[in-house]
Design a protein around this ligand. Structure first.
Ligand SMILES: NC(=O)c1ccc[n+]([C@@H]2O[C@H](COP(=O)([O-])OP(=O)(O)OC[C@H]3O[C@@H](n4cnc5c(N)ncnc54)[C@H](O)[C@@H]3O)[C@@H](O)[C@H]2O)c1
Length: 246
């Protein structure tokens, strides 16, 4: 583990699976105390060194209740990782109001809600924020209008908040993964061709010629939130196997 997070407290959203679980494990191995919010957790419990809280990030009341519980346990916070996300693969005409709202609420509004709730403690600790956006924040993708719009918004949210909190010593960055082998990605290809073709077609769109691994994105997140990135704020770190450079 190249970084030490001894004595640091880290909150990760979407920590139950995929990139979030890999980041939780990486922070834990680096010595941090880790809490995770996820709708997939059955109950509140400390498991494998991670304090798990069941939260529906699309519901502001659920988010507020989760932070109230967290602050009963922790009086400080050093790092917030806004990582939870949902995909929506549908043509524009097939995209329902509910699907649009779900994507915007989980991928974008939850970032706002969690940043607002955490900022006082992050300012006190001169801590920082890492958001998980996507390579699809920078390029279009057919049948991904809601998803790409939500992720592009996360990138510019990141820049604006970074400007706002720079005077407080709070850095705000985002990581922009390409196709990473997680349940979210696999769901898009279950028994069918996605709008980007087959999984092999998608792999072929990445010059490095493979899917990324959740641990590779976790490594970027730990870099961005640590002292090695002390002069990095407002940045969008592409970790996309070259997807966007062609
Ligand atoms: N996998 C990829 O190819 C890829 C590429 C670019 C960006 N991303 C982004 O990375 C992030 C993590 O994705 P992943 O691939 O690990 O997906 P994943 O589905 O494996 O994990 C996402 C986690 O978010 C949680 N979640 C979803 N809705 C929630 C809600 N309403 N409240 C609380 N938790 C909720 C899920 O339960 C899950 O544990 C997402 O923001 C995603 O958009 C993923």
């Amino acid at each position: 583990m190249p970084y030490s997070y001894e004595g640091k407290k880290v909150l990760i959203t979407g920590g139950a699976g995929g990139i979030g679980a890999a980041a939780a494990e990486a922070y834990r191995q680096a010595g941090a105390q880790v809490a995770a919010f996820d709708i997939a957790f059955g109950r509140e419990e400390e498991r494998d060194g991670v304090y798990e809280l069941p939260v529906d990030l699309a519901d502001p009341a659920s988010v507020a209740a989760a932070f109230a519980r967290l602050w009963e346990r922790w009086d400080s916070l050093d790092v917030l990782v806004n990582n939870a996300g949902v995909e929506c693969v549908a043509s524009l005409e097939e995209t329902t109001d509910e699907a649009w709202d779900r994507v915007m609420n989980v991928n974008l509004r939850s970032v706002f809600l969690c940043c607002r709730a955490a900022l006082p403690k992050l300012k006190a600790a001169r801590g920082n924020i890492v958001n998980t956006a996507s390579q699809l924040a920078f390029v279009g993708a057919s049948s991904f209008t809601a998803y790409t719009a939500s992720k592009a918004a996360v990138v510019n949210f990141t820049r604006s908040l970074a400007l706002e909190t720079a005077k407080d010593g709070v850095r705000v960055n985002c990581v922009c993964p390409g196709a990473i082998d997680t349940p979210l990605l696999r769901r898009q290809f279950e028994g069918r061709r996605g709008p980007q073709g087959t999984l092999d077609d998608l792999v072929g769109m990445h010059p490095l010629g493979r899917l990324g691994r959740p641990e590779e994105i976790a490594a970027c997140i730990l870099f961005l939130s640590g002292p090695a990135a002390s002069f990095v704020t407002g940045s969008a770190l592409l970790a996309d196997g070259g997807y966007t450079i062609q």
